[in-house]
Design a binder for this molecule. Structure first.
Ligand code: 5RP
Length: 221
């Protein structure tokens, strides 16, 4: 089965987690896009969606799904999103598409985070995928120097501006053995908006697409 077929499989499986007559949080990226296409088929069952990026909002609307501002929604039973890497413990690297800040905010509001990914995203230790860090533009060089002190090799994602008007540093060379500690450490650097480690609020359910179908992992907390 190809990677795209695996993504399609988990996108469809995620429909089981959609809560009727409620708002749903929707992530960003190619797997989330496939989920949006599936969600469109049952759009009459939900109130609408809260989007984690401008591109996701656009795709939801193009399917006739109502998109609501997060400030107007107090309860999101489920948030569905992809990941760049995920562990069996539910810790993730996210932000390959640059939407990490809004993803982290919607995930924080949601009661349940369902991560949908192809099998290649499952890792023992996070860090092979360069860790995205969203940074206020004037702090870029300072934050980069601080990330070097942590053992990383930051690269400025050239020509890319986030939905929030900020820049991204992609940090390679990190072996993230304690995701929560690194999340706190990088979030504490002045000028950092969001780090792409999602450990403090990790996935509650992981749907992994593979050759044998969908594997469902429920990390213990
Ligand atoms: C975007 C993300 C995505 O969830 C992540 O990059 C995975 O993308 P894809 O589903 O295309 O593999 O965090 O900011």
């Amino acid at each position: 089965m190809t990677q795209d077929e695996q993504k399609q499989l988990v996108a469809r499986e995620a429909l089981r987690y959609v809560v009727d007559d409620a708002w749903i949080g929707v992530g960003s990226g190619s797997t989330a896009n496939l989920f949006i296409d599936e969600l469109a088929k049952i759009r009459h069952r939900i109130k609408g969606a809260v989007a984690s990026s401008a591109r996701t909002a656009e795709r939801l609307k193009s399917h006739g799904i109502d998109v609501e501002e997060l400030n107007n929604v107090s309860d999101i039973p489920v948030y569905i999103d992809g990941a760049d890497e995920v562990t069996v413990h539910g810790a993730m690297i996210k932000g390959g598409g640059g939407a990490l800040t809004r993803e982290k905010i919607v995930a924080a509001v949601a009661r349940r985070f369902v991560c949908i990914a192809d099998a290649s995203k499952l890792v023992d230790v996070l860090g092979t995928f360069p860790l995205p860090v969203e940074v206020i533009p004037m702090a870029r060089s300072y934050v980069a120097r601080e990330l070097v002190k942590l053992g990383g090799y930051p690269a400025w994602r050239m020509g890319f501006t986030t939905d929030n008007g900020n820049v991204i540093l992609d940090v390679s060379g990190l072996s993230i053995v304690d995701p929560s500690a690194l999340e706190d450490r990088i979030n504490g650097i002045a000028g950092v908006v969001t780090v792409g480690v999602f450990a403090r609020r990790g996935a509650d359910v992981i749907l992994l697409g593979g050759d044998d179908g969908v594997r469902t992992l429920v990390p213990k907390r």
